[in-house]
Design a protein around this ligand. Sequence first.
Ligand code: SF4
Length: 306
Amino acid sequence: MYPYYLEAYTSGKLREVIEILNEQLSECRLCPRECGANRHEKAGICLQKAKPRLINYLLHFGEEPPLVYSEKKEKRGAGTVFFSGCSMKCIYCQNFGFSQLNNGRNFEIEELAEAFLELQEKGALNLDLVTPTSHLPFILEALSIAIEKGLRIPIVYNTSSYEKVEILKLLDGIIDIYLADIRYTDDEMGKKYSGVDNYWSTARKAILEMYRQVGPFKEEPFKRGLIIRHLVLPNDVSGSEKAFEFVSGISLSIPISLMSQYFPVYKALNDPVIGRKITKIEYETAIEFMEKYHLSNGWIQEFELD
Ligand code: SF4
């Protein structure tokens, strides 16, 4: 069945997973922070309590082409939902207003389900859930309501890859598309620029699990699979060669979405290492690494000079 979640809904698996995830709210270990917050009483490190919170939901035309264009090449957009809060604390986050300052408003679950349906109604090709991890119990509850009311577009799980394998395993057969970042390939960089322990050791396992579930992204017969996003940071903080070497060791068919759009904001503005945009040479070097590892199945964002 397509999307996957229809089968999980019909078989009762979706309801079972919702129950497991709801238990997390009284002692949360949904993400690798495992902070143990009782979210009915107080927020965890991600700043989230026991309600979905989001800043906005809209048709988004800047995502990767197959997430924006239909099979008939109509530009319909991704149905992007920007959740508040994040378990990573990237000093350069372009969404810091809602990811780290927690701007947004609490939604009721039914309201979230209506938002999903509204995006479908407006023509969205998918539900592109940005930073969904700490909201998972609410997302799946809302999904269940929305399925009953006719939701049929697939989910894009849009993640930093800082995820626990055991939580991802619960999503097996529910998520069709994983849009997974490789932010760094060095745990020290993850600590320095995103404030998390073991980023790369954690993300590697998470990516392998996502791949196990859905394989490389393909458009036929359905849009399903794993896409890797890699934002090139100044001074090779993002460790591009190691990232591509790792992906090529899994499958050369995994599409890479290479991104040049970095610019310093928030706490990175005066950072001596990443307090500037990347250079053309840095970007071309990253492209050469992609070629070296024969990863040609993806998209390379244009490099724009100021
Ligand atoms: S999702 Fe939030 S509350 Fe749960 S473990 Fe992670 S940081 Fe803590």
